[in-house]
Write a protein that binds this ligand. Sequence first.
Ligand code: TYM
Length: 332
Amino acid sequence: RKLIFSGMQPTGNVHLGNYLGAIRNWVKLQKDYDCIFCVVDLHALTMWQEPAMMAAQTREVAAALIASGIDTDHCLLFNQSMNPDHAQLAWIFNCVARVGWMNRMTQFKEKAGKDRERASLGLYAYPALMAADILAYKATHVPVGEDQKQHLELTRDIAIKFNHDFETELFPICEPLILGPAARVMSLRDGTRKMSKSDPSEQARITLTDGPDEIAQKIRRAKTDPEPLPETAEGLDGRPEAANLLGIYAALTDKDLAAAVTEFAGQPFSAFKAALTEVAVAEVGRIGTEMKRLMADPGAVDAILHRGAEKARAMSAPVMAEVYAAMGLLRP
Ligand code: TYM
């Protein structure tokens, strides 16, 4: 049996990378599999978050998922802190994972920056919480963007070590699902850097709430190179901006990268950018409008999250009981 789990941080600026690398794939997967989607508010706390913003940002991510087509009658959708089992299991995994494993995490190095001594302990332990999110439900498949691959390898290592140490087969060894031609969407200003929520330049990302004019302007200004588009996918080597924009186009039109390249072979960027703008405005515009409608009724979004959390707790409780028993913890 396949059980899908994935999560997204409520840190604002939900962007095209989040959408094409993750959300759009989740919407497709929900048709065939049981799915749990989580707004990971505890993960967001690993970097400073303004308390007054947390609730709105949590609802924003929930609204983005629902507006994109996540069907909350069939999938679970809730925010992480509503199910305390995530944090509980994370502590246990802190005691299973090794410091040496955490030291290899490239995301920690990037996010902590130069002054590593002053990073939060939570940022360091972050991947153990991520493993707990997944394994609290014994999820088997985890659809994510390329940047989360290393964290999922660590999740597998934690499951393997737990099973080994406690002589059990309690946890499945989960598989990452890194899907489609836009599993790593890059900044519109620099094709060598990831599109991110925290980039100081708004021009670097298209967010799901951008209007048609903003989307058109960001694509028009997106960095390119002076050559026309290549004839073949191999021609994209060494041309990160062209590769990125064609990847985005391919994902939005449900084509593979090679087909997108063929469609615009030898054409100037201007013609391609016009076509890209058209598909981006159509899809993002539809989602953004629906997101804004949902966010105008926070009570309705909260009700969905509450309902999801109740079901989630009912699913993780028996797994936690097995964990406690395997470790010899005395329980009521
Ligand atoms: P987060 O919130 O940074 O991103 C959410 C999802 O969006 C993907 N993503 C991208 N995909 C393509 N191109 C990009 N530029 C891009 N930027 C982000 C991410 O890969 C992710 O799939 N640690 C996770 C959240 C998390 C999680 C989990 C995921 C917590 N627990 C358990 C899966 C399972 C994170 O910070 O994602």
